[in-house]
Design a protein around this ligand. Sequence first.
Ligand code: KIV
Length: 303
Amino acid sequence: MSASTENVRRLSVVDIAKLYADGQRIATITAYDFPTASLVDEAGIPLILVGDSLAQVLLGYDTTVRVTMEEMLHHTKAVVRGTKRALIVGDMPFLSYNTPDEAVHNGGRFLREGGAQAVKVEGGVRSARVIEALVKAGIPVMGHIGLTPQAINTIGKVRVQGKSKDQARSLLADALAVQEAGAFAIVLELVPGQLAEAITKRLRIPTIGIGAGAGCSGQIQVITDTLGWGDWTPKHARKYADLHGTILAAIQSYRADVENGSFPGDAETVLMDPEVLDEVLGRSADDSPSREPIAGIPLDRDL
Ligand code: KIV
């Protein structure tokens, strides 16, 4: 079903649970703005994350740690306005869910002000209390374990999580803690494929993998990686388009056309009645440069 269908309704976490129960893999992607979100919705993606990857992808920050609640809300609202069907998850930014009270306050803002239907928080065992409080308050939660980019200052660098025995055990414990706390789904980021599959088999909520292999219940990608919009593609991503190349070539053509005078042409120019102009300039019909009708945008067209 595409969002262009009449009578579309917004999906809920119950619909996501149904997709999971039916064994349908859940295609999830990030979006941060109105036009992109509209296309994602039209393509029939059921679950959209307004990720805090907004920080690097759209706002030019170096890490997700820098993005604020206000910035996240601003973009969440745009994504919600651009969509009719997809369930929208707002990503709770660094330090916005340190305590259960803060989490409920800020999570509530994503739903009430932002119009999202759920939030995402990073962390397993360490975030269980916060997830429980959010769920109790009526705020559906997507968990996120494995690589948790908001912890970049403690983990040092982006790397696969869970390769050693200890790490694998603690990831399994994290996944179970997130599930028991009431999350409706859980992102597994940069986790070895076999471990992600084993975790998926032990849970009764869907796992949404990114760099975690095909054994998860669904996949999530950062949209600019999928569209080839950035200047590099991470190993776990597949480029389905080359927007970087397409946009660059289009802007270069535009620049060339402006510089060589071929843009705008007649088709892109609005014309007025030449007699009106003659009168304004106080010139006679004979002085007028041309009395011939010129092709152009009709006078009565709304621009
Ligand atoms: O912020 C984000 O885009 C994410 C995904 C990578 C899961 O958290």
